[in-house]
Design a protein around this ligand. Structure first.
Ligand code: GLN
Length: 483
């Protein structure tokens, strides 16, 4: 199948040349997506009529806008008014929010066509997209493997050429990890840079929405649209948003790139190690300098995250009681039985595990020993980065320790699953911006990603260095949808 989505730009040229009524293009795009998605399962449901209806109300002026007619997938935890938004959870079955997320509004204002409800691990708990109540998404590079998670549906949809770009959410790596495993670009902005209004919360102090794209230029363009202060989100930061596209095509000569020794541990597979060391050579050839740095508290990041994340999740999930939203146990004889029955039937295994972990860590007597301690460790992790950024402009690491694993391989082993995010979690704990960019292929032609992290609100540094790397390598030109 032709790849009409090589970049947002090439798609827009195609659209212009086709010169058809938008309605016809939308019907074509939906059919095309459905046919590719049969073997991917990036979407459990595509509400075609609603997509056509939304396209038909795009105003006349929309034609000149940045994303006019561009199909964009949004993860199933990003609200779209009156559209199914279930977080791939039975407990939100049939839920149609009465409002849209700020990011969705912003994309639509630029003329984008929203393909909402991309498949995900239930409530974004997971690293493989196997935790969805509607079944796993497949990796477009190898359909026996996971696409990564939790934004696996949104990411696979981009990699498989179903849509031009996507929005995911990243609490501990859920944009960057699937982007690495599917060979696309995934960007987690600084905490507070992009509004979380209308993002169904997992862990409110860690969640950020960000773009998933075929290349760095598309990523900069998407970020430019979605970033910015929003009075509806009390944690959004009122800081000026630079024009990220101005950071493309800039020289990185003299840039200092920190290489943290704690991220090159045993357990990284050779494919990843080799691709990263080749990538470092490319950066050096472009005139960047590498600096050896240390982030000594890295070893506590996973444990710290699995206290704070579940603690916040257990409190955010308390609202799903069978009364306010979605699924209800109809056989219960009284109120308490109804709460228990609804939550028992509505939540999957991982959600229950997180609720148990979180309520335990927050319970009196354990709060100081676990939650409070984890918060102190979180500060130490953030301090490590502050110290490191005194001697470097950005930090380079692998995004994931391995390439995409087989479907089913880690389902019975939550600890192995949790370790998939060992390199991405720290950026969320410290609130830093971070990006994953394709940097090669391992055995079985499976993509490998490299991660770059920068100081808070220095997204431009990431765009600039990721773009320089991309433009001087060929990986991004090889697409799963062209296989
Ligand atoms: N995989 C991590 C988790 O399971 C991160 C998920 C995310 O970023 N939403 O919590």
């Amino acid at each position: 199948m032709d790849n009409i989505f090589f970049s947002i730009d090439t798609y827009r040229k195609w659209l212009e040349q086709a010169d058809k009524p938008l309605k016809d293009t939308v019907s074509f795009l939906i059919e095309r997506l459905l046919s590719i998605d049969k073997s991917i399962n990036a979407f459990s449901e595509v509400e075609g009529e609603a997509i056509v209806a939304r396209a038909s109300v795009l105003g006349k002026g929309a034609k000149g806008r940045a994303l006019f007619g561009v199909p964009i997938a949004t993860k199933g935890n990003i609200c779209l008014k009156d559209a199914l938004t279930t977080c791939s959870s039975r407990i939100l079955e049939g839920f149609r929010p009465p409002y849209s997320a700020t990011v969705t509004e912003k994309l639509m204002a630029e003329g984008a066509l929203i393909f909402n409800g991309a498949n995900m691990d239930e409530f974004a708990f997971g690293s493989s997209c196997e935790g969805s109540c509607t079944g796993p998404t497949k990796n477009p590079w190898d359909r026996t493997r996971i696409p990564g998670g939790s934004s696996g549906g949104a990411t696979a949809a981009v990699a498989a050429g179903e849509v031009a770009a996507a929005l995911g959410s990243d609490t501990g790596g859920s944009i960057r990890q699937p982007a690495a495993m599917c060979g696309v670009v995934g960007f987690k902005p600084t905490y507070g840079r992009v509004s979380r209004y209308g993002l169904i919360a997992f862990a409110s102090s860690l969640d950020q929405i960000g773009p998933i794209t075929n290349n760095v230029a598309d990523c900069a363009a998407m970020l430019e649209v979605i970033a910015g202060y929003d009075e509806k989100d009390s944690t959004s930061v009122n800081a000026e948003v630079p024009r990220y596209t101005d950071s493309l095509n800039q020289d990185i000569k003299g840039m200092k790139i920190g290489i943290p020794k704690e991220y090159f541990i045993d357990g990284i597979n050779d494919d990843v190690r080799n691709c990263i060391s080749d990538a470092i050579k490319v950066f050096k050839k472009l005139g960047a300098e590498t600096v050896d740095i240390s982030l000594p508290h890295t070893k506590y990041a996973v444990s710290c995250y699995y206290i704070i994340g579940p603690a916040e999740a257990s409190s955010n999930l308390a609202r799903y009681d069978g009364v306010h939203y979605g699924h209800r146990d109809r056989n219960a004889r009284d109120l308490i039985e109804m709460y228990i029955g609804s939550r028992n039937e509505g939540f999957g295994a991982e959600a229950k595990r997180r609720i148990l972990l979180g309520t335990y860590a927050l319970s009196s007597g354990y709060y100081e020993a676990f939650y409070l301690k984890a918060q102190k460790v979180r500060t130490k992790i953030a301090d490590d980065f502050k110290e490191a950024f005194k001697v470097c402009d950005c930090i380079l690491t692998p995004t994931t320790p391995t390439t995409a694993f087989k479907i089913g391989e880690r389902v019975e082993d939550p600890l192995a699953m949790y370790l998939s995010d060992i390199f991405t979690i720290s950026a969320n704990l410290a609130g830093l911006p971070a990006v994953s960019v394709p940097c090669g292929f391992g055995k079985g032609n499976l993509p490998v990603g490299l991660q770059l992290m920068a100081k808070p609100f220095e997204e431009e540094v990431l765009i600039k260095s990721a773009h320089a790397f991309e433009q001087n390598t060929e990986h991004h030109k090889v697409r799963a949808c062209d296989l």
